[in-house]
Design a protein around this ligand. Sequence first.
Ligand SMILES: C[S@@+](CC[C@H](N)C(=O)[O-])C[C@H]1O[C@@H](n2cnc3c(N)ncnc32)[C@H](O)[C@@H]1O
Length: 310
Amino acid sequence: MLRYAPGAERLSMGLRRQFKKLVRTRAQAKRTQVLTARVAAAARQPAPPPLAPVWPLPRRSERPEHEIRDAFARFPEWHYAFAFDGGLTFDARYRRPPHFPPERPFQRFAHFMPSLSAAAGGLAGKRILDIACNSGFWSLQCALLGAREVVGIDARPELIEQAKLVQRVAGIDQVSFRQLDFWEMTPEVLSGPFDIVLNLGLLYHLAKPLEALERTLRMTTSVVLLDTAIDPSPEPIVRLRWEEPTDIRNAAHAGIVMHPTRASIELMLRHLGVADVRELALRSLDMPPDYLDGRRASWIIRTRAQASAT
Ligand SMILES: C[S@@+](CC[C@H](N)C(=O)[O-])C[C@H]1O[C@@H](n2cnc3c(N)ncnc32)[C@H](O)[C@@H]1O
């Protein structure tokens, strides 16, 4: 009879672990190869005209630096870092992981803002709504890139205070920030509709994705930029999770949130009668990991009226 000595058992377990690691490494290498080929193919397609963020932000406020620093320090958490002309900078501050690296917003900018601008015929002169504006990073960029008027809304009052603080330091007039829950947002409440609507980083913090997309579409006459975490399943399903409002990046209230899949987003948009939907292909590997590994994606959505008009 063959009997395992404890040493042989350890050896066998070690070999099994090594084998599993090898399989994982090979699968990862294959995924990287597929992704690299996909990105290279997308990068060969015609690119939208380049668009760069305005960074650092202007510093037009006369307030002394120590007062501005004190005002920023009053908030324990900042989702975005900010930099102003003259070397005045503030880091993002997270209470809990994930601690996003400072390049994340600029990678996201490069991913979707040039395509948005191209789809909308430029941002200059446009009226833009930034849903879930957080501390105003995207609203302020839109204003600096020429938008005629920007309205930023967020459910959290402290984030609206942050956005207004950044706006005051930068001295940007054509933006108004307002505390408003997504589910209270209507064209009447915000004197809409808008030319362009940004729905970035919000859908997966809400409980009713179909109604949320419908409400978002109602806010525009032409273009929506949708950016959301997605469940990587290929099925048209939504995955339920429980979310607590323990982080300024989370749902505003405790409850169920629904993570859609890519297929479910496209099916919901079809149900809503949207004629023109385009997922933005990754054109660079210099992107946050959640985009690279298929857990986040962005779409340019045009309403039926505009799609048939162009
Ligand atoms: C992940 S952050 C996204 C911030 C920014 N839009 C971006 O994409 O980087 C989610 C934001 O949604 C806001 N939010 C969560 N639930 C909301 C609701 N019901 N109504 C309005 N804003 C909400 C949060 O306060 C937070 O600012």
